[in-house]
Design a protein around this ligand. Sequence first.
Ligand code: ZN
Length: 167
Amino acid sequence: MELKDLYRDVILDHNRHPRNFGRLDPANASAVGHNPLCGDRLALSLRLNGERLEDIRFEGKGCAISTASASLMSEAVKGKDRGAIRRLFEQVHALLTRQDAVAGSELGKLAALSGVREYPARVKCASLCWHTLNAALEHSGDTVSTETTESAADAMDAHRLRVLGEP
Ligand code: ZN
């Protein structure tokens, strides 16, 4: 099996069976992310204990890449401290944006995202969850968008409608 086939299988698996999907209750940090170019929406809820991210859940609706990326991220960051999460984010960002970036062993399954850089339009789908996580870690409750800013209330309303199955 070629590496790119393995990577594709990891993405498909995490899209079909997202890990850590849902809402954390109680949570002490959260953020909403939106990628208007693709329509991906994501809400993260976190339980932080000091510097350590004890638990994380995500919910929302998006394309296969955004769902798989959030699922892979949730597995990778759970139990890590802020410093380790920041380093992981920098590596994922390089992997997604630099053709010459090599996936280090510490990336684990996140290496599967390296295929996304062949499709520049999808890079934001894969990075949305990381930007949302940054927002949750630094300014809990913020809304981040890959394109424009919008109020957290608008994003949460849209998110709620999506969850309820309304248009
Ligand atoms: Zn997308």
